[in-house]
Design a binder for this molecule. Structure first.
Ligand code: UD1
Ligand code: MG
Length: 417
C-alpha cells in the first residue's frame, strides 16, 4: 500500500491571522512546533515519498525537518492549489495516489489517516476527503453534496452563500487523490477572485463535473480536525494536546492530580509512581525519575533532571540543574545551574545567585548537605558533603564550604568545630 502513496505537506503559509513574525507551522503546541506533530504522523504512516512545501521564512522551518527531507519552496503564496501544483514535478515518475496534509493540523491521528488511505484504495476512488461534522463550522470549507448525497464540491467560507454556510460537514484539508486525476484537475483550477489564490479545494468540483469518483470519510473525533489559523485555535489545540500528553503519562503510571491544571511539554519523561500536584509547569528538556513528588506550583525549565524520590513543591523555579535522589526542596526557591547531590535538604527561600551580570555560574551542593532557610548561594560556590548553612546566611562566591562544616551569617563564616 505504502509504495503507492506519496505525501505532499503544505507548510508555506505565513499564517496571516496569527499576526506573527514566526511562521505559523512553527508556533508551539505543548512546547513543540506544530509541524513536528505532522512529521510524526508522516513517519508513523510509513510513507517514504514526502514533499514539503515551504515558503514564509522557510530556513527556520527546514531546521525541524528530518535529514534528507524533500523540500520545494513556494516563492509566492498563491494558495493551496498552487502549493500542490509546484510539488507535483518532484513526483514525476511516481504513479499512485497522493495524500495532501496541511502543516496546521497537529491533532490528527495516524489511525484516522490510515483509514482514509485504506478506504481510498479499497474503493478505487479518484479523490477521498477526510471530513468532519461540527457544530460551529465557521472558517472551514464546507462539503457540498448532490441530491444523491455524493460529494460534488467544496466551498470556502468566504465564497459560501447563507445556505452553504449552514452546512455542518467540513473539509479537514486532508484529501487523498489519484495522482493523474489531481494533475488533471489542477490544470483547470482558476484564481479565486476574492482571495487571489488557487484553491486546492476547487479540484473536487472539477473532478465531479468530469464524472470521477469522489467520496468522504467522516472523522469520528472532531478535535482531530482542528486547523490552526489564529492564536485562539492555537490555545484550543494546546489544551487538547496537553490532555493527551497527560493521559499518556497517567497510563504509564504517573499520578496527575488535576490534568487540567498541569502543563507538561511534549516528550517529557516521568518515572512511575511520581505524583504531580496542580499548577506544575514542565518545559522541554526535563526528565523526572521514579517516585518523585512535584508541585503544587512548580516551574521546571530546560535541562532540569530529577533523579528518583526527589520532592519539589510549593513555589519553585528550577532551571539547568540536576537534583539527585532523595533530595528535597519543598518551599519557595530558585535553583539555577546547580548540581545537587543525594539526600540534600534545601530550606525554604533558598536562592542560587547564579548570574553575575555577565554570565551564569554553577553551584555545587554535595550529598546530604543541609541548606538552611533563606540561604543565598552566590555562584560559583560549592557546599561540601554533609555541610550546613545557617538560616539567612549568604555564602559568597568561591568561598566553598568544606565537607561536614557549618557556615552562618552574612557573609557566611565557618563555625568553629
Ligand atoms: C483550508 C481549506 C479549507 C479547510 C481548512 C481546514 C483551502 C483553499 N481551504 O483552509 O477547505 O476547511 O484548510 O483546516 O485549501 N499553504 C501553503 N501555501 C499557500 C497557502 C497555504 O503552503 O499558498 C499551507 C498553509 O501553510 C497551511 C495549509 O496550506 O498549512 C492550509 O492553508 P490555510 O491558509 O490555513 O487554509 P485554511 O484557510 O485553513
Ligand atoms: Mg488552516
Amino acid at each position: 500500500m505504502k509504495k503507492n502513496i506519496a505525501c505532499i505537506i503544505l507548510a508555506a503559509g505565513k499564517g496571516k491571522r496569527m499576526k506573527s513574525n514566526l511562521p505559523k507551522v512553527m508556533h508551539p503546541v505543548c512546547s513543540r512546533p506544530m509541524l513536528g506533530y505532522v512529521l510524526d504522523l508522516v513517519k508513523g504512516l510509513g510513507i517514504n515519498k514526502n514533499i514539503f512545501v515551504l515558503g514564509f521564512k522557510h530556513e527556520q522551518v527546514e531546521k525541524i525537518l528530518y535529514v534528507g527531507a524533500k523540500v520545494i519552496i513556494q516563492k509566492r503564496l498563491m494558495g493551496t492549489g498552487d502549493a500542490v501544483k509546484i510539488a507535483l514535478p518532484l513526483l514525476k515518475n511516481f504513479k499512485g495516489s497522493i495524500l495532501v496534509l496541511y502543516g496546521d493540523i497537529p491533532l490528527l491521528k495516524k489511525d484516522t489517516v490510515k483509514k482514509l488511505i485504506e478506504y481510498h484504495i479499497k474503493n478505487n476512488l479518484d479523490a477521498t476527503i477526510l471530513t468532519a461534522k461540527i457544530d460551529k463550522p465557521a472558517g472551514y470549507g464546507r462539503v457540498l453534496r448532490d441530491k444523491y448525497s455524493s460529494i460534488c464540491g467544496i466551498v470556502e467560507e468566504k465564497d459560501a452563500n447563507d445556505f452553504q454556510k449552514d452546512i455542518r460537514e467540513i473539509n479537514t484539508g486532508i484529501i487523498c487523490f489519484r495522482k493523474d486525476r489531481l494533475s488533471e484537475a489542477l490544470r483547470y483550477v482558476r484564481l479565486n477572485n476574492r482571495k487571489k489564490e488557487y484553491y486546492l479545494t476547487d479540484a473536487i468540483g472539477i473532478l465531479y463535473k468530469k464524472g470521477y469518483l469522489i467520496d468522504g470519510v467522516v472523522i469520528p473525533d472532531i478535535n482531530e480536525a482542528l486547523g490552526i489559523n489564529s492564536r485562539s485555535d492555537l490555545a484550543k489545540a494546546n489544551s487538547i494536546m496537553q490532555l493527551r500528553i497527560n493521559e499518556e503519562l497517567m497510563a504509564s503510571g504517573v499520578t496527575i492530580v488535576d490534568p487540567a491544571s498541569t502543563f507538561i511539554s511534549y516528550g517529557t519523561k516521568i518515572g512511575k509512581d511520581s505524583i504531580i500536584y496542580p499548577f506544575t509547569v514542565i518545559e522541554m528538556g526535563v526528565t523526572i525519575g521514579k517516585r518523585c513528588s512535584l508541585g503544587p506550583f512548580v516551574h521546571l525549565r530546560q535541562d532540569t533532571h530529577l533523579q528518583e524520590d526527589v520532592e519539589v513543591g510549593n513555589f519553585l523555579e528550577i532551571v539547568r540543574s540536576r537534583l539527585s535522589s532523595k533530595t528535597k526542596a519543598k518551599h519557595f526557591s530558585y535553583i539555577g545551574d546547580a548540581r545537587i547531590g543525594r539526600q540534600v535538604n534545601i530550606g525554604a527561600g533558598t536562592v542560587t545567585a547564579n548570574f553575575d551580570g555577565k554570565k551564569k555560574n554553577i553551584t555545587v551542593i554535595k550529598d546530604k548537605a543541609f541548606i538552611g532557610s533563606d540561604t543565598i548561594l552566590v555562584a560559583p560556590v560549592e557546599i561540601g558533603e554533609s555541610a550546613k548553612t545557617g538560616a539567612g546566611s549568604v555564602v559568597v562566591r568561591n568561598r566553598n564550604v568544606p565537607d561536614g562544616r557549618v557556615v552562618v551569617g552574612v557573609p557566611a563564616r565557618l563555625l568553629k568545630k
